[in-house]
Design a binder for this molecule. Structure first.
Ligand code: CTP
Ligand code: MG
Length: 226
C-alpha cells in the first residue's frame, strides 16, 4: 500500500496568543510547519504529504519548502476534523492507501516514533499516546474538584494517528454527520466501532499550544540537530 501523510495546518492558534497562527512562528529560522514537514519527508516510506491550510492563508505563499514536489496544499475547514477530511478527499485509490495524520504543531516527532507506530498492521489503526503521569481531576461547575479520576489506564493521545484511508474517511464523515465531538481521528474510528491501538509515544513529541511550549520545542529540535 501507499503511505500518505495528512497534516492539518489550518488552525488559528488562539491559545498561543501570537500575531500569526503558531505553525508560522519560527524556531531556528524555520517555521514550525517546515520543521514538521521536514521530519515527514525525510521518512522514506511516506510517498506524499497533503497539508490542509486555511483558505486565503496569507503566510503560506511567502514560504519555500524543501522537497516541494512531495507536498500538496489543500484547503482546511472550520474544525480539525473537517481539515483532515478535506485532505483525505484529495487521495486517489483510497482502498490502497494508509494515512498518517499528524499535527502541524508537533515538529519534534522522531523517526523512531514513526517506526514504532507503523509496526501495527490492523484495520483498527493505531495512535501514538503516552500514559498519563499527572493526577487527573474532574472539575465541577464552580471549578472545584469534583473527584479524582483513576489514572490507571488513562492515556494522552498524540499524533501521528495511523489508519486505512478509506476507513478513516467513512468514520470521519459519519461522525461529523452525527454532530459528534471529534477531537482526533481515533475518536471518529471509535464511534465507527473500531478499537485503535495505543502505541507508546514520548513526551518530547509535544504539541506546541501555549507560549511556554516554544522554548521546549526549540530545545528538543536543537538536540536533534546536534
Ligand atoms: N487545525 C486545522 N484546522 C482547524 C483547526 C486546527 O487544521 N480548523 C490544526 C492546527 O493547525 C494544528 C492541529 O490541527 O496543527 C492541532 O490543533 P490545535 O493545536 O488545537 O491548533 P489550533 O486550533 O490552531 O490552536 P488553538 O486551539 O489554540 O486555537
Ligand atoms: Mg484547536
Amino acid at each position: 500500500y501507499q503511505l500518505i501523510a495528512v497534516v492539518p495546518a489550518a488552525g488559528i492558534g488562539s491559545r498561543m496568543q501570537a500575531d500569526k497562527p503558531k505553525q508560522y512562528l519560527e524556531i531556528q529560522g524555520k517555521t514550525i510547519l517546515a520543521h514538521t514537514l521536514g521530519v515527514l519527508f525525510a521518512y522514506p516510506a511516506i510517498s506524499e504529504i497533503i497539508v490542509a491550510v486555511a483558505p486565503n492563508d496569507p503566510y503560506l505563499p511567502q514560504l519555500k519548502f524543501d522537497n516541494a514536489e512531495k507536498i500538496r496544499f489543500v484547503h482546511g475547514g472550520a474544525t480539525r476534523a473537517e481539515s483532515v477530511l478535506n485532505g483525505l478527499h484529495h487521495i486517489n485509490a483510497k482502498q490502497r492507501c494508509r494515512v498518517l495524520v499528524h499535527d502541524a504543531a508537533r515538529p519534534c516527532l522522531t523517526h523512531q516514533d514513526l517506526d514504532r507506530l507503523l509496526q501495527i498492521d490492523d484495520d483498527n489503526g493505531a495512535i501514538l499516546a503516552i500514559p498519563a503521569t499527572d493526577t487527573i481531576k474532574r472539575a465541577d461547575a464552580a471549578q472545584q474538584i469534583h473527584h479524582t479520576e483513576d489514572r490507571a489506564g488513562l492515556w494522552l493521545a498524540q499524533t501521528p494517528q495511523y489508519f486505512r484511508a478509506d476507513l478513516l474517511q467513512n468514520a470521519l464523515e459519519q461522525a461529523l454527520a452525527q454532530g459528534l465531538a471529534v477531537t482526533d481521528e481515533a475518536s471518529a474510528m471509535e464511534f465507527a466501532g473500531f478499537r485503535p491501538h495505543l502505541v507508546p509515544g514520548r513526551s518530547d513529541n509535544l504539541k506546541i499550544t501555549r507560549p511556554e511550549d516554544l522554548a521546549l520545542a526549540e530545545f528538543y529540535l536543537n538536540r536533534k540537530n546536534t
